[in-house]
Design a protein around this ligand. Structure first.
Ligand code: SAH
Length: 299
């Protein structure tokens, strides 16, 4: 039976608002930045085979904050190399924000981003796949990243297969999702049937992706990133920000108004359970640990 609950991603404006609040209440981007500055440079160093031009694809880039940091590390590892950066992002608001941020970086930095050519694809990952096939594109990519976006495709495995097929020799595909060991993993394992049975929102963790890759015999490297999210406001009945965070946590639009009392009570109890959160100094801190997977194109 189809769930009567609506997915949060159906309402882009509320999704973007709750995502923004999530970024403010969590160390999400901080822990990604630590990874990008400390671990990613070595990963980026081995792509390209000495080519003077690199093709990069960012899938589900959002406002591009993380993408621009990746591009800057790439530039440091491959100075003098030009970059073609394809951005695949269905939200026009997010694309607009990304363009704005890229422009500010462009005018404030010397030598700036003039070594990068941006191509803006206002489309979903599957729209991009179709576009690629229809146009008979033969271009190969050196680096592709999908950061916190595989939840929003119908078939995460098929999406990985397609983008992996675009990798050039020595190319790499980077995937970041919540870790199977995070509070998210626990929440989804418990309430997958109630929360995750819509067509467009999958409760997928890096644990699931690793099982998928293992079953296909694909080798990869993986990393765990420690991260936290302050969810204290969720426990104040009627709190506007708490409700936005709850929508984000459950991926359900207006969760507290539309979920059954039983589901709501169960989710609220689990969210502050030691399997998901620690409580200290009156704060409830949810385990937002992330997983990183890097797939190499060996042949
Ligand atoms: N990578 C960014 C944004 C993550 S939020 C970061 O980590 O900060 C997820 C992004 O995926 C949103 O910008 C959303 O608009 C986008 N998205 C949603 N459905 C998508 C789909 N089917 N294909 C590609 N991107 C999608």
């Amino acid at each position: 039976m189809a769930s009567p609950l609506k997915s949060l991603v159906n309402d882009d404006s509320r999704y973007q608002k709750s995502f923004q609040l999530f970024l403010e209440r969590s160390s999400e981007h901080q822990c990604m930045q630590d990874f990008i500055h400390n671990k990613l440079p070595d990963i980026l160093a081995s792509i390209g085979n000495g080519k003077s031009h690199l093709n990069v694809i960012g899938v589900g880039s959002g406002a591009g904050e993380i993408d621009l940091e990746i591009l800057s590390e790439l530039h440091m590892k491959h100075p003098g190399v030009t970059v073609d950066n394809e951005v695949v992002e269905p939200s026009s608001q997010q694309l607009h924000n990304y363009r704005g941020t890229a422009f500010i970086v462009l005018v404030s930095q010397k030598p700036g981003l003039d070594y990068i050519k941006f191509t803006w694809n206002k489309m979903t990952a599957s729209g991009f796949e179709e576009h690629w096939k229809v146009k008979n594109m033969t271009k190969k990519a050196d680096f592709i990243h999908m950061i916190q976006m595989l939840y929003y495709v119908k078939d995460p495995g098929a999406t990985i297969n397609f983008f992996q097929s675009l990798l050039d020799k020595n190319g790499k595909l980077l995937i970041i999702l919540v870790s199977g060991e995070s509070g998210w993993g626990k929440l989804w394992r418990t309430y997958r049937n109630q929360l995750c049975n819509t067509e467009i929102s999958q409760c997928v963790t890096t644990g699931d992706i690793k099982s998928f890759l293992d079953s296909r015999g694909v080798s990869y490297q993986s990393y765990e990133l420690l991260s936290q999210m302050d969810i204290t406001e969720c426990f104040t009945e009627g709190d506007e920000k708490g409700e936005l965070l709850l929508d984000f946590l459950t991926e359900v639009l207006d969760f507290s108004k539309t979920a059954s009392p039983e589901l709501k009570a169960g989710v609220m109890e689990l969210l502050r359970h030691p399997d998901c959160s620690v409580e200290s100094n009156g704060k409830v801190i949810f385990n937002n640990n992330l997983g990183v997977i890097v797939i190499d194109q060996v042949s």
